[in-house]
Design a protein around this ligand. Structure first.
Ligand SMILES: NC(=O)c1ccc[n+]([C@@H]2O[C@H](COP(=O)([O-])OP(=O)(O)OC[C@H]3O[C@@H](n4cnc5c(N)ncnc54)[C@H](O)[C@@H]3O)[C@@H](O)[C@H]2O)c1
Length: 391
C-alpha cells in the first residue's frame, strides 16, 4: 500500500458504510479493515457520509477513534443510522453516495425476505450505486441468494464481493501460469486448519448463527478452488465430518461455553469433502478446527500435467511453491508488501471512477453466490453422513 502514489486532492468521494464491526473498522483478529484502505486510496477525498449499524454505541465508538486522528475530515460529518431504511429516508439528492460498503452480518442480507433483503432495499432506494459486499453473501437459502444475484444483474449494478485472496499476487501468478501454458487443471486440494483457542464469539460455534466453518470460513478456499478449476458439479459433492460428540472431536481449549449451544447446532471439528468440477477435475477440502495458539495452517495445491502450484499461508505470508515440467525442484515465488484487501478496495474505486474496465473486479455477486452454493453443498453432504451419538 505504501508503494502506491499518494492520493491526490479532488472531488469528494462519498461512501456509506453498513456495519461498524471488525471487517470495516479493524480488530486484533486479523489484517482486515476496509475503512483504513479507503482512507489510503482516497485520502482527503473520502467522505463517509453515513454509518449504518443498529448498535449506535459501537458506531459512535469507531467514529470517535477516527475523529481523534488525522482522518478527521473523512468522518467529522458522518451520520449514524440504525437501518438502511432510516438512511434512505433522510438522504438528500446531493448526498448520494458514490459507493456503499456492506460489512454487516450475512444473516441480514442476501435474501428476499423483508429485513434480510439489504441489497434490494439499497438498490430500490439508490439505483445504480455500486455495492461492495462482504463474504459470505448470506446465511439464508441458496436459491434466495441466486434471486438477489438476478436482481443485481438486471439492475446493472456494479458489485464486488470480498473474496480478497483472489487479489493476491501469488494467486494471480498461479492464474498466469495456468493460462500461459494452456493447462487443464486436474485437481485442487485445499487444506484449512484453523486455530480455535481465541475464537471467542459464541455465534461462530453455533451452526444456526454463522452456518458453521465451511460456509463462514473455508468459503475462501472453496472460492479459490472455483477460481482455479471452474464450476463445481454440486451433485457430486461427498463429505464426512468429525462431530463434537465423537472421541476424535473432543477439544480441550474451546474459549466459549459450548453447553449454551444445543448439541445439534454445534459445529463439526473436521470436514473432509471431495467433488468433481464440470471440467472433470477433482476438488477436495479438509477443514479442521484443531490448532491452538493464533496462526492457522492453510494450503491450496493445484495440479496439472507436469505442474504443481502449491499456495502456502495465503492469509499471512503467501508463498507459491511451483514445479514445472523438466525440473524436479520447486521454485519459490513470493512478493513483498502485497495487501489483497487494499487491491480489492483500490480496483473497485477505480472501476467506479473510470469505468468497469479500469481494473479487474475478481469476485462478482453471482460468482460469490456460486461459492456460497458449494459451501452449503459440502455442509449438507457432511451432515448426511453423520452417525448419530448413541442415546
Ligand atoms: N474477508 C475477510 O477476510 C473477512 C474478515 C472478517 C469478517 N468478514 C465478514 O464481514 C462480515 C462482518 O463481520 P465482522 O467480523 O465485521 O462482524 P462484527 O460482529 O465485528 O460486526 C458486525 C457489525 O454489524 C452490525 N450489525 C448487526 N446487524 C446489522 C444490520 N442489520 N445492519 C447493519 N449493521 C448490522 C453489528 O452491530 C456490528 O457492529 C461477515 O460477513 C464476515 O464473514 C470477512
Amino acid at each position: 500500500m505504501d508503494k502506491q502514489k499518494p492520493p491526490a486532492p479532488g472531488e469528494d468521494f462519498r461512501v456509506a458504510i453498513v456495519g461498524a464491526g471488525n471487517i470495516n473498522f479493524g480488530s486484533d483478529e486479523g489484517p482486515w479493515n476496509h475503512s483504513f484502505r479507503l482512507e489510503h486510496k482516497l485520502g482527503p477525498r473520502l467522505k463517509v457520509t453515513a454509518l449504518i449499524d443498529p448498535s449506535e454505541e459501537r458506531a459512535r465508538r469507531v467514529l470517535k477513534t477516527k475523529c481523534d486522528s488525522f482522518v478527521l475530515s473523512a468522518y467529522k460529518d458522518t451520520v449514524v443510522y440504525p437501518t438502511a431504511e432510516a438512511f434512505l429516508s433522510a438522504l438528500k439528492p446531493e448526498e448520494r453516495p458514490h459507493a456503499i460498503w456492506v460489512g454487516s452480518p450475512p444473516a441480514f442480507r442476501g435474501r428476499v425476505e423483508e429485513g434480510r433483503d439489504l441489497e434490494e432495499v439499497l438498490n430500490k432506494g439508490l439505483p445504480g450505486v455500486p455495492l461492495f459486499v462482504e463474504k459470505p453473501v448470506s446465511t439464508g437459502p441458496v436459491d434466495q441468494a441466486f434471486a438477489v444475484a438476478n436482481m443485481i444483474e438486471n439492475s446493472n449494478t456494479l458489485v464486488s464481493v470480498g473474496y480478497m485472496l483472489r487479489y493476491l499476487k501469488v494467486v494471480q501468478k498461479m492464474k498466469q501460469v495456468l493460462e500461459e501454458n494452456n493447462l487443464r487443471v486436474m485437481a485442487v486440494n485445499a487444506r484449512y486448519i484453523m486455530a480455535y483457542e481465541y475464537t471467542a464469539k459464541l455465534d461462530w460455534w453455533d451452526k444456526t448463527q454463522n452456518c458453521g466453518p465451511i460456509v463462514e470460513q473455508a468459503t475462501h478456499f472453496c472460492d479459490l478452488s472455483r477460481y482455479f478449476a471452474g464450476e463445481a458439479d454440486l451433485s457430486t459433492v461427498m463429505a464426512h465430518s468429525v462431530e463434537h460428540f465423537e472421541p476424535a472431536g473432543q477439544l480441550s481449549k474451546i474459549p466459549v461455553d459450548e453447553s449454551r449451544i444445543e448439541p445439534v447446532n454445534r459445529i463439526p471439528r473436521v470436514t473432509c469433502a471431495t467433488w468433481k468440477f464440470d471440467s472433470g477435475a477433482v476438488g477436495s477440502l479438509t477443514h479442521c478446527v484443531a490448532l491452538q495458539g493464533h496462526n492457522y495452517s492453510t494450503e491450496l495445491d493445484v495440479y496439472a500435467d507436469g505442474h504443481m502450484l502449491r499456495l502456502v499461508d495465503p492469509y499471512n505470508a503467501p508463498i507459491l511453491y511451483f514445479r514445472r515440467p523438466g525440473d524436479d525442484h520447486e521454485e519459490i515465488v513470493r512478493y513483498q508488501n502485497d495487501d489483497p484487501f487494499f487491491s480489492e478496495v483500490s480496483n473497485f474505486i477505480d472501476c467506479i471512477e473510470h469505468g468497469s474496465d479500469a481494473a479487474p473486479i475478481l469476485s462478482t455477486y453471482e460468482d460469490a453466490v456460486k461459492t456460497y452454493a458449494l459451501t452449503w453443498a459440502i455442509r449438507e453432504a457432511s451432515e448426511r453422513t453423520i452417525k448419530k451419538p448413541a442415546q
